[in-house]
Design a protein around this ligand. Sequence first.
Ligand code: BG6
Length: 477
Amino acid sequence: MSFPNNFLWGGATAANQTEGAYTIDGRGLSNLDYMPYGESRFQVGTGNLDPKSLPEDTFFPSRVAIDHYHHYKEDIALMAQMGFKVYRLSLSWSRIYPKGNESKPNQLGLDYYLNVFKECRKYNIEPLVTINHFDIPMYLVDEYGGWKNRQTIDFYLKFTETVFTHYKDYVKYWLTFNEINMVLHFPFVATGLTFKPEDNREQITTDVIHHQLVASSKATQLAKKINPDFQIGCMLAAGSYYAQTPRPEDVWKSIQDSRESYMFSDVQVRGSYPNYYLKQIEQQNLTLPIKDGDIAVLRDHTVDFISFSYYSSRVSSAQPDAANQTESNIFASEINPYLETSEWGWQIDPLGFRITINEIYDRYNKPMFVVENGLGAVDNLTETDEIHDDYRIEYHKEHIKAMSDAITLDGVELIGYTSWACIDSISNGTGEMAKRYGFIYVDRDNFGKGTFRRIPKKSFYWYQEVIKNNGENLNEK
Ligand code: BG6
């Protein structure tokens, strides 16, 4: 048997990409409610364009998304039908603290998630909660400068204390921040950060990174106080970097690129900034905004497990060539001629998944949780309302096999696997609905039209079998 008996099979979503209901029951606006669909999305997402300057008829897909807010019972029932053991979801911060700085939470927002967790428990589904999946109340961004401002650590801690206390009997697994390294690549999306032309971007980004890392450690500390059984994880946008050639310069570049991501988990898992990062900061004339007590907090409150997303490996070159690059979850990669790509240019590399899992395990020797992995593709509904997504089945099959090899042949410790996204939702990168990842189809298009009807795809029934057989006999299906 490759997968442990208690292996947590399931799927993942994020509040901003599914819930919608952006002003319902007292919810406040978040940065992601301002992420437009269309050409300006990348500019806004990277913090280079103020979304409030966009034309009035701009469409903001997250505001309605797939209306999971009103469909959660139906959606969780479908997940239960697939046999999910775990459902990874995130909390919308501005649903619980609409502005972010209130002294009391919004009761209706708290009730909503309580109901969601009760619904999960009804089917014996373990909720895996991402406390912060990119969103921040827009009020905190506008009035306080968001994560640039150290005070945001306290706002975040207030939010975490509220949810830890409120949901302690329902939730055991928590992730402090989704893809914490994404601030380097998609700063407005990841943290609400915007830049003015005169800004020292590197210094601002360094401040934000430190504030989030301290917030993550303090949240871990708080979690253990509230319930020592809580399991707290970090979450990294992962994917190993291959050197483009054996030239030492390319190999060195691949090490530098890897370190750019691993710096975050190095702090969260090992408890201190790695020397390579401290030296880099020094060489760039930047300063870490360390205050009294920060070093001890980072050291003393490290995470219990490491979670990560994996879509693709990447290729590093000392002489990157823009004409030879491909999309790869926001941060581009040199093209790897040995790999096929998705319709969105993401390179498909199941062995790279095994390589990444091993790389992380070799580095930290801690339990790991794969919390995102999947294929964004165009799905076509047949006249009889079916979706024959064999390409998605193939993708997951090969990646699950890679995971199985990593467990049986390499001996890594994996807690679970939540596919992204188990139900079609808004694409984070492009804002499209047409980039579908789900085992469940949702009738909604790129422009906000559709009935929200849910339809299980062929992959739904395939994944149901995978879970039933605990990941064995993949080739027989
Ligand atoms: C991860 C994010 O970066 O990749 C998700 O955590 C996102 O929010 C996923 O949806 C897939 O990316 P995209 O751009 O295809 O939605």
